[in-house]
Design a protein around this ligand. Structure first.
Ligand SMILES: [Zn+2]
Length: 174
C-alpha cells in the first residue's frame, strides 16, 4: 500500500529522495518517510507421522480448493510464533517440529508469505469458528485439493515435503 496522507498527522504527503530507494512519500510536518507497506503473513503445511496433510475448508479464502493454515503476523510477534499460534488457534494442534522454508510474494493480495512445514502427532482437530472443516489427507491424494499455480506457496511447500520424504530428511525438534 502506498501512503497518500500521513498516518500520524493527516497532512498530504509529498515526495523526498531517500538514498538508494529513490523518491519516497514524505511528511513535511513530522519530517518522516512513509515507505510502502504490506502485510506479513504465514502459511503452514501441517503433516503427521502417517504422511497425511491437514487440509482446511475456509469459504472466505476459497470455495473451490482446500487451504493450509495461514494468518497475519501481529506486531511484536515473530513469523515462527505466528505459525505456532495460528496452527493452534485454527486446528488445536501442538507441534513437534516447525521449519521455515522461505518467503513468497503473494501478488494477488500484495502479501509477503512466510512459508512453513510443520509436524504434529495425528489427532482430532479442535477447530476455530473461522474454519468450516478440516481433514487429514494422505499426501498422494492431497495434491488434488489445492491449486497448482507455479511458484505459489501451496505447491511449493508440497514439493519441499516430497523431497524431505524421498531423502528421508529428519525433522528438527521444536
Ligand atoms: Zn505527519
Amino acid at each position: 500500500m502506498r501512503y497518500t496522507y500521513c498516518p500520524d498527522c493527516g497532512t498530504k504527503l509529498g515526495f523526498r529522495q531517500a538514498g538508494d530507494d529513490g523518491l519516497v512519500p514524505y511528511c513535511e510536518s513530522c519530517e518522516k518517510y512513509w515507505f510502502d507497506s504490506f502485510h506479513s503473513c504465514i502459511i503452514a503445511m501441517v503433516v503427521n507421522e502417517e504422511n497425511e496433510i491437514a487440509l482446511l475448508d475456509q469459504a472466505h479464502l476459497s470455495t473451490q480448493f482446500k487451504t493450509f493454515v495461514s494468518g497475519y503476523i501481529t506486531p511484536g510477534e515473530t513469523a515462527e510464533e505466528c505459525a505456532q499460534r495460528e496452527i493452534f488457534e485454527e486446528l488445536g494442534l501442538e507441534l513437534e517440529s516447525l521449519e521455515m522454508t522461505g518467503t513468497y510474494w503473494f501478488e494477488r493480495r500484495g502479501q509477503l508469505m512466510h512459508c512453513f512445514l510443520a509436524k504434529a502427532k495425528k489427532q482430532d482437530f479442535k477447530l476455530s469458528c473461522e474454519i468450516q472443516g478440516a481433514q487429514w489427507v494422505h499426501y498422494e491424494e492431497a495434491i488434488n485439493y489445492f491449486p497448482q499455480r507455479k511458484g505459489s506457496a501451496m505447491p511449493m511447500l508440497y514439493e519441499l515435503y516430497l523431497k524431505k520424504l524421498e531423502e528421508g530428511q529428519p525433522w528438527k525438534p521444536l
